[in-house]
Design a protein around this ligand. Structure first.
Ligand code: ADP
Ligand code: MG
Ligand code: ZN
Length: 472
């Protein structure tokens, strides 16, 4: 039988704020020692009360706007009770009854086409601490407790691992460009809910939840393994599927049962009376909207209007740094379509030769823009521009100074060009002869020799026509 895979995601994203969600401790990612960033509030001392960080609300709303959600004007916090040593209050402050954002939608584009993934909700919550196990002892590090998170919950709308990875890549790119989260390793974690059903069936199958995966690669592998396990169970009755929580083991590429799935009742949720409801009025919402960066889908429209091809748009949007570089050089006066080619073909090509990615190399937008503008204005030709680009990447030279130094922009008048061509013809008798006997390649060799003499700064069209004339 043919089966369809059904997936829903719960994605936790650490927010890029200066301080924790309910106290003024900050900078946990720069903490040098365990428990460097801890105060009586976030270590759960009796009597300490939470105080809401306003910035968390603004970032959560911004994320909601980017994912086309409805923004709740009235939002509240709840206590989720469970005991684990990395949770000092024995409850997590989260949102159950009135989450900050609901009913969004994100488009994902894969080889199978474009599909809508519905966002059920986004809620704000605090992170837990970390346990460090060493020999017979276990230690608790509270640096991460009360670090602000948003959790983005989708409807069970994904139908393949590919869609999941495209969605996560898009989220990451959006959140980085929007200043919501850096999404570095570990700052974006996913729970994957998965079930399978016979193709065409309306009913969902039994679902399992694979907890807490941080790499896209692991997520993809886990989905492939787990969906196959479900299909085998249905097809060959190898085992009975039960709703449960599983963990993915990277080494074996398999998932293992952890525990039976908790239900909502297990957590004894109740409203957190220590925190006032948050009211988002029109004025505040407008302010957040005004500061919101252009969303990725709007960007696609903008790029398309600038004449950039679909393939290039995909590349620019899949890596936030590339899109940012293009936006920067356009702001500096470059043409968008031209700039896209320079970034994706020339710049990326130079980096690839050095075994580098754009992620690792940060060209100053001013430098790239200076090169592109010299070429666009006809001051130098494209070949010379590329040479300057290589020098900028390799040794951080100043493009304009380097160009002057190398004489790329020296204008050769027609008589100088003619003289050079004459010299080339005289000293390359063999190539001239083979051109005359009909070998097209010889023309390229002669042309190349002229360009070299002129240090790549002559006007190719002029040289070509003069050379042709003289040879004839
Ligand atoms: P719970 O409260 O048990 O966590 P939710 O309704 O919040 O359940 O769903 C959690 C996640 O599981 C959501 O992302 C949802 O899309 C997904 N999900 C629900 N049912 C299924 C299913 N049958 N197959 C795959 N994913 C599912
Ligand atoms: Mg859930
Ligand atoms: Zn604190």
């Amino acid at each position: 039988m043919n089966y369809e895979i059904v997936i829903g995601l719960e994605t936790h994203v650490e927010l890029n704020t200066k301080s924790k969600i309910f106290c003024s401790c900050g900078g946990h990612s720069e903490a040098k020692e365990p428990n460097d960033c801890v105060c009586p509030a976030c270590s759960g001392m009796p009597g300490m009360l939470p105080v809401m960080n306003k910035r968390v609300v603004e970032l959560a709303v911004t994320a909601g706007l980017m994912l086309n959600c409805e923004i709740s004007r009235y939002t509240t916090f709840d206590k989720k009770n469970y005991y684990y040593p990395d949770l000092p209050c024995a409850y997590q402050i989260t949102q159950l009854n009135h989450p900050i954002c609901t009913n969004g939608v994100v488009q994902v584009k894969t080889s199978a086409g474009t599909r809508d993934i519905r966002i059920k909700q986004i809620h704000m919550e605090e992170d837990a601490g970390k346990l460090v196990h060493s020999g017979r002892f276990s230690y608790v590090d509270f640096n991460r407790t009360s670090v602000p998170l948003i959790e983005i919950v989708t409807q069970p709308d994904f139908r393949s691992a590919e869609e999941v990875v495209v969605y996560l890549t898009k989220l990451k790119s959006m959140f980085r460009s929007g200043g919501i989260s850096e999404c570095e390793e570990g700052a974006m974690r996913c729970d994957v809910n998965i079930s399978v059903r016979p193709q065409g069936s309306e009913e969902f199958g039994v679902r399992t939840e694979i907890k807490n995966m941080a790499s896209f690669e692991a997520i993809e592998k886990a989905i492939n393994y787990e969906s196959q396990r479900h299909m085998d169970a249905l097809e060959y009755e190898t085992e009975e599927l039960v709703q449960e929580t599983r963990r993915f083991d990277d080494a074996s590429g398999k998932t293992f049962a952890m525990r039976n799935k908790e239900t909502e009742a297990d957590y004894r949720y109740f409203p957190d009376a220590n925190l006032m409801p948050i009211i988002i009025d029109d004025e505040w919402l407008e302010q957040i909207k005004a500061n919101k960066p252009v969303a990725i889908d709007d960007k696609a429209v903008e790029y398309r209007e600038a004449g950039i091809s679909e393939k290039e748009i995909d590349m620019l949007l899949s890596d936030f740094k590339l899109g940012k570089l293009l936006d920067d050089i356009v702001a500096l006066g470059c043409n968008a379509k031209d700039g896209a080619t320079w970034i994706l073909t020339d710049y990326a090509g130079v980096l690839r030769k050095d075994g580098k990615t754009v992620e690792e190399h940060n060209i100053a937008p001013e430098k790239l823009a200076a090169i592109i503008k010299m070429v666009a204005s006809g001051e130098i030709n494209r070949g010379a521009g590329k040479k300057i680009l290589i020098a900028v990447v390799e040794s951080e030279v100043d493009p304009v100074a380097y160009c002057n130094e190398q004489g790329f922009n020296k204008k050769f008048d027609a008589s100088t060009v003619e003289k050079v061509i004459d010299e080339v013809i005289n000293s390359n008798a063999q190539a001239v002869a083979s051109f005359k006997s009909g070998k097209e390649k010889a023309f390229q060799a002669l042309f190349g020799a002229c360009m070299k003499e002129l240090k790549g700064s002559g006007e190719p069209a002029l040289i070509k026509s003069l050379l042709e004339e003289k040879l004839k």
